[in-house]
Design a protein around this ligand. Structure first.
Ligand code: CUA
Length: 340
């Protein structure tokens, strides 16, 4: 009877391991998986994690097998009424495995490179790009100090260039990270932290806030859009010369009037009188891929949903429900989508 149970247990464990192995390619392909690196910084982190998992497996498997063997071999059998003889233990063995554990732990702790390798050390002598990322409840302000560009939630970078990311916060503690490109760093009020990330290839890489920061923490997403270097230069050019003019008498022109009256106190559009700094800078909004801190794709329909009642999309949103009429919403959508 016990033999049958033992075999069932082994079969169940084997099945679980097989299922994990089968699921791992899916895990590795997840958009925010550290095990699916897309840049040198993320590569280093993935190596360190893989090494730890291997080391843990090498220790765990023999210990678990030994425990299963002992459970089976020395289990209570019919007719075993007495306790087995009790012993004090074996000082030599106990000292041995205590020391082995300590040595194992020290190796595991020391093996990954020192922390500065992940956060500070850059490939020497390379051209870098500096980007400032400022956490707000619940969106990311993204600044390019060398180019005078301010945007939100979507960071454009050139592929193959290390990007120095400086993080801080305008309110509570946030944490900015893009797992496939590198580590992550807290965004603290009143203190600037630095780390770097890099994308090997052009593409879109998903990130998010990693520190519980209030009601819409889980809706504080970020996208890093990596371009070929010449396409990045074109993006910088375009952002430095944004399209703000809308045809006279158009729906977008009506929207511009509504925007000046209701939105400009909180939002900036470069090249216009709108200079508010409470909400995200909306220059070239029509080129963004997402809205509301990455919660919705940027389509006219979604933008209308957002404008009608922001806190319904994003609980706690500082942008209130302005009670806009459908006409005003459609005009604002036309205006915002025209900003390129
Ligand atoms: Cu910001 Cu969580």
């Amino acid at each position: 009877m016990q033999g049958v149970r033992y075999r069932r247990l082994v079969a169940a464990l084997g099945g679980m391991l097989a299922a994990l192995a089968g699921a791992s390619p899916a895990l590795a392909a997840a958009p925010q998986s550290l095990l699916h690196p897309a840049g040198p910084q993320a590569e280093e982190l993935a190596k360190a994690i893989t090494w730890d998992i291997l080391a843990i497996t090498v220790i765990f498997v023999p210990v678990a097998l030994l425990a299963l063997y002992i459970l089976a071999r020395f289990r209570r059998r019919p007719g075993d009424d007495e306790l087995p003889p009790q012993v004090d233990g074996n000082p030599r063995w106990e000292l041995g495995w205590t020391l082995a554990l300590i040595v194992g732990l020290v190796i595991m702790v020391l093996h990954p490179l020192p922390a500065e390798a992940f956060f500070e050390r850059l490939p020497k002598g390379e051209k870098t790009l500096t980007v400032e990322v400022i956490g707000h409840q619940w969106w990311w302000e993204i600044r390019y100090p060398d180019y005078g560009i301010v945007t939100a939630n979507e960071m454009h970078i050139p592929a193959g260039t290390p990007v120095i990311v400086k993080t801080w916060s305008a309110d509570v503690i946030h944490s900015f990270g893009v797992p496939r490109l590198g580590g992550k760093n807290d965004a603290l009020p009143g203190r600037v932290l630095k780390f770097w990330l890099e994308a090997d290839e052009p593409g879109v890489y998903q990130g998010q806030c990693y520190e519980l920061c209030g009601a819409s923490h889980a809706r504080m997403l970020a996208r890093v859009i990596a371009h070929k270097p010449e396409e990045f230069d074109a993006w910088v050019q375009a952002r430095q010369n944004p399209v703000v003019a809308v045809p006279e008498g158009s729906l977008a022109a009506q929207g511009e009037q509504v925007f000046r009256g209701l939105c400009a106190a909180c939002h900036t559009v470069d090249g216009t009188p709108a200079k508010g700094t409470i909400g995200p800078n909306l220059t070239a909004f029509g080129t963004r891929t997402s809205i509301g801190g990455g919660v919705l794709e940027n389509t006219p329909e979604n933008l209308a949903v957002w404008l009608a009642d922001p806190p319904a999309v994003k609980p706690g949103s500082i942008m209130p429900n302005l009670g806009l009429s459908q006409d005003n919403i459609q005009a604002l959508v036309a205006y915002l989508q025209a900003l390129k």
